[in-house]
Design a protein around this ligand. Structure first.
Ligand SMILES: [Fe+2]
Ligand SMILES: [Fe+2]
Length: 428
């Protein structure tokens, strides 16, 4: 090609965008499968970085002729390549494959950087700068392969074949058209001959340093002394945060499962997922700072735990964004002055940042909850009706009469009192 014209740049940017989308999905899908807390948190971060960069590429594509049509979706061959490369036989193999896919992505960024004119297409060059952050993460990804290889049973024997398999997929990927089209002669290799351990295992893997909570009839986990030694203290707020990795995991399952929504949905969901993992990380860090190791608490296992239909995701999302998150403001608002009164400004700042994120999540819920219900439950509802439904569902397990239910639903703090718990703000 003699020179890159705007339509050429647009095509190349779109292909980069789809690769970013697939990598974001890969990280989200594998995050529940890895059995280390720090590793989960990092994958939650990386899935967000990939989708954030997708958003930047999306913006640039729309400045160029052709742009990205509203209903545009990943070309089938690109999905096929990444889906095959995601079915790794071990966590170590997943990281090895991810490293190869990441390198391929970075090469595509470099190539476009060389192809475009530095004055005519300077706005594209600015966007391509986003590759730098991912280049730095490559070292971490490779380190994970080595670390899991040392601890994961049987991972070493299949690794070389797996790496060859992913490399072969990437080689074939270079033969795809620049719009992701497949040349007639291209034949994908047969599926890798080993059972994959991810992405999206039916149930999330828990880090051994985070023992699971056992639910018992009539007990609320956040009031249960067996779940937390801080159950009777305002510091319980940090424990609640520390358990949020399971919320991040539930959103990761959803990010992986929901198809053909507007890309805007994935951008919002991706940020939501990363935030919940940040909340977990900040809770764990503060508990440790205050002298409480993670082993002294109990945690929830993320994921559906069984094969579920699409309505599981719609219900889970509605209950998170329309019950759990709005109700959490009541105790968060009260715990800020409580922490301040005990001279713990850092804990107060935790809650304030948490609330800023949660406000955004509640807004995401209003925007996407009704869309999910429409698509997966054939249910046309407004955000308000959906919130009422999600709240009613939560109350139904409580054994109230119909009138009592209606009275509680009209009074939001009372409703939250029924479904969540208060903290002891007087005690540090
Ligand atoms: Fe949160
Ligand atoms: Fe949230």
């Amino acid at each position: 090609m003699a020179c890159f014209r705007p339509a050429d740049t647009a095509e190349a940017i779109k292909l980069l965008l789809w690769k970013e989308f697939e990598l974001s999905r890969l990280c989200a899908g594998w995050m529940p499968a890895v059995p280390r807390f720090g590793c989960k948190a990092k994958l939650a971060r990386l899935q967000y970085i990939h989708s954030r960069d997708m958003k930047l590429l999306h913006g640039r594509a729309n400045e160029l002729p052709g742009g990205l049509p509203a209903k545009a979706w990943v070309p089938e061959a690109v999905r096929e390549l990444y889906a095959s490369a995601s079915l790794a036989p071990s966590v170590a193999a997943f990281f090895a494959g991810y490293g190869l896919l990441l390198e391929d992505l970075l090469q595509s960024y470099d190539k476009l950087g060389r192809d475009v004119d530095p004055i005519l297409d300077a706005p594209t060059l600015d966007v391509l700068d986003i590759a730098g952050l991912k280049r730095r993460e490559l070292a971490w990804v490779r380190e994970q392969t080595r670390e899991f290889l040392a601890t994961e049973d049987g991972a070493a024997s299949s690794l070389p074949d797996w790496e060859r398999y992913v490399a072969r997929l990437l080689e074939l990927g270079k033969e795809l058209g620049r719009d992701g089209s497949v040349p007639p002669a291209l034949r994908w290799p047969a599926p890798f001959p080993a059972e994959p351990v991810g992405p999206v295992p039916v149930q999330s893997a828990l880090d051994p340093r985070f023992p699971p909570y056992v639910f018992t009839e009539g007990k609320k986990p956040y009031e249960d002394p067996d779940a937390s030694p801080l159950y009777d203290s305002v510091k319980q707020m940090h424990y609640i945060n520390a358990t949020e990795m399971s919320a991040a995991e539930n959103l990761a399952y959803m990010y992986y499962a929901v198809q053909h929504f507007p890309l805007e949905f994935y951008y919002d969901l991706s940020r939501h997922l990363w935030d919940e993992s940040r909340h977990a990380a900040m809770g764990v860090r503060r508990l440790r700072q205050l002298g409480y190791p993670t082993e002294r608490f109990r945690y929830f296992v993320g994921g559906p735990g069984k094969d579920v239909g699409a309505e599981w995701y719609a219900d889970m999302y509605a209950s998170l964004t329309m019950v759990a998150e709005p109700c959490s403001f009541l105790k968060k608002r009260k715990s800020i002055p409580a922490f301040e009164a005990f001279g713990d400004e850092l804990s107060a700042a935790h809650v304030e940042f948490d609330m800023a994120d949660e406000q955004m999540h509640v807004n995401f819920g209003k925007k996407w909850g009704p869309e999910l219900f429409k698509t997966y439950k054939n249910d046309l509802v407004t955000a308000q009706e959906l919130a009422a439904k999600a709240r009613l569902r939560r109350l139904q397990a409580r054994g109230l009469t119909a009138e009592e239910e209606q009275a509680v639903l009209k009074d939001f703090p009372a409703f939250c009192g029924f479904t969540t718990n208060e903290l002891n703000y007087e005690k540090y």
